[in-house]
Design a protein around this ligand. Structure first.
Ligand SMILES: *Cc1c(COP(=O)(O)O)cnc(C)c1O
Length: 380
C-alpha cells in the first residue's frame, strides 16, 4: 500500500506509541537508556547522540516524504551541510556551487571547507553549458544545487544536472529548502542527496532550528549516519518533536503560501515602485519551464527590485507592519528583509554579492488582503 504525501506527513514514523497508545510520538528527553544486560541495549538505543526515538520518528517521516533510503536530522541546516561535505569530500576535491547560493552555504565553502583543501567554483547552475565548462572531470566530486535559489529564485534543472554529475562519477546534492518536499522531490529527478534547513517550511512556525539530509542510496545513507554520530551535530528530542509537529500540516500550509504568493506577485508586477519581480511562477522567469517540469507549484518566496534603488529597498523593509522585518523564512507569518544587508551580508564583495535594491519576501499564510494592504502602504 502506498500512501499519498499528506498521509505520509501525518503517519510516516508516527505509529501510536506501543505502551500507552499515545497518538503523538513522545519526546524522549533522555541522554541514555537502561540496558538489559551488557551488550544488550533495548531496540538498539544506548545513547541519544547515536539514536533517539523522537529523532527517529522525524527521520523516518522525512525519508518517506523525499522518497529516499535514509534520512538524518541535525542541529541546523548548516550542521547538516558540514556533515555531508566532510562525509563525501576529501582534500583535492572540487565542488560546483550556485553563483547565488544561500549566504551561509557560500561561507561554509569559502571560509571553512577551502581551508581543508576543498576547492569550489560558483557557477550559474541554470546554464548547463556554463556548468559543463566549470566541471572538472577528474576533480569535481559534487554539484551542489539549490533550486529555487535564495534569494534570487534562480532555477536549475535537477534531472540534467544529475545526468551530468553521474557522467563523471560525481554526485548531485540539492538544497530543497525553498520548495519543500511538498512542491519538489529531487531524488525522483536523479539527485543523490537532498539537504534541508528544516528551520524553514518543514518546521514552518519559526520556533525551531534544524537541518536534514536525505540519501537516495542506502550506502551513502549509512556513511552519513556514521558521520552524524561521529561528528555529533544532532538535533535534540524536543527540537525533533517540534519539527515533526510542523511537518504534519506542511501540505495545507504550502497550498496557502503558494496561493498568497501568487496574489502578491500579481500585485507587485503592476506596481510602479517595483522594477522587477523574481518568481519562478512568472512566465517571464528564465527558469519557468524547468520549474514547471519539476515543481508542482512555485512556493511562497518572492524577491523584487525596488525601482527607486537601494535606499527605497531599505525604506520598504522598514515600513511594513504585517510583514515582520526578520531573517529566515518559511514560517506561517510573513517576513520581509534586505538580503544585501541581512541574510547575504557574508557574500558582500564576493562573486555572490546580491543587488542592493533587492527585497525578499517570505509570504505567510495570513489573510491575503492584509498582506496586499501592508505592501500598498509600504511601497507608497
Ligand atoms: C536557512 C538556509 C540554510 C541554512 O540552514 P540553518 O538551519 O539556518 O542552518 C541552508 N540553505 C538554505 C536555502 C536556507 O534558506
Amino acid at each position: 500500500m502506498t500512501y499519498g504525501f499528506d498521509t505520509l506527513a501525518i503517519h510516516a514514523g508516527q505509529e501510536p506509541e506501543a505502551r500507552t497508545g499515545s497518538v503523538v510520538p513522545p519526546i524522549y528527553q533522555t541522554s541514555t537508556y537502561a540496558q538489559d544486560a551488557v551488550g544488550a541495549p533495548r531496540e538498539g538505543y544506548e545513547y541519544s547522540r547515536s539514536g533517539n526515538p523522537t529523532r527517529d520518528a522525524l527521520q523516518e517521516c522525512l525519508r518517506a516524504l523525499e522518497g529516499g533510503q535514509r534520512a538524518l536530522t541535525f542541529a541546523s541546516g548548516l550542521a547538516a551541510e558540514d556533515t555531508l561535505l566532510r562525509a563525501l569530500c576529501r582534500p583535492g576535491d572540487h565542488v560546483l556551487i550556485p553563483d547565488d547560493a544561500y549566504g551561509g552555504t557560500f561561507r561554509l565553502f569559502s571560509k571553512v571547507a577551502e581551508k581543508w583543501g576543498i576547492d569550489w567554483t560558483a557557477a550559474p547552475l541554470g546554464d548547463l553549458d556554463a556548468v559543463r565548462a566549470a566541471f572538472r572531470p577528474d576533480h569535481t566530486r559534487l554539484i551542489w544545487a539549490e533550486t529555487p535559489t535564495n534569494p534570487l529564485l534562480g532555477i536549475a534543472d535537477i534531472a540534467a544536472l544529475a545526468t551530468l554529475a553521474h557522467e563523471y562519477d560525481g554526485m548531485l546534492v540539492v538544497d530543497n529548502t525553498f520548495a519543500s518536499p511538498y512542491l519538489q522531490q529531487p531524488i525522483a529527478h536523479g539527485a543523490d542527496v537532498v539537504v534541508h534547513s528544516t528551520t524553514k517550511y518543514l518546521g514552518g512556525h519559526s520556533d525551531v532550528v534544524g537541518g536534514a539530509l536525505i540519501a537516495a542510496a542506502a550506502g551513502i545513507g549509512e556513511d552519513l549516519a556514521f558521520h552524524q554520530n561521529a561528528m555529533g551535530a544532532v538535533n535534540g528530542p524536543f527540537d525533533a518533536w517540534l519539527t515533526l509537529r510542523g511537518i504534519r500540516t506542511l501540505g495545507v500550509r504550502m497550498d496557502r503560501h503558494c496561493r498568497n504568493a501568487e496574489r502578491v506577485v500579481e500585485y507587485l508586477a503592476q506596481h510602479e515602485a517595483v522594477a522587477q519581480v523574481l518568481y519562478p511562477g512568472l512566465e517571464s522567469h528564465p527558469g519557468h519551464e524547468t520549474a514547471a517540469k519539476q515543481m508542482s507549484a512555485y512556493g511562497g518566496m518572492i524577491s523584487f527590485r525596488a525601482a527607486g534603488g537601494p535606499e527605497q529597498a531599505v525604506r520598504i523593509c522598514n515600513s511594513t507592519k504585517v510583514f515582520t522585518l526578520a531573517e529566515s523564512l518559511g514560517g506561517v507569518e510573513s517576513l520581509i528583509e534586505h538580503p544585501g544587508q541581512m541574510t547575504h551580508l557574508s557574500a558582500a564583495g564576493s562573486p555572490l554579492e546580491v543587488p542592493a535594491d533587492l527585497v525578499r519576501l517570505s509570504v505567510g499564510i495570513e489573510s491575503v488582503d492584509d498582506l496586499l494592504a501592508d505592501l500598498e502602504q509600504a511601497l507608497g
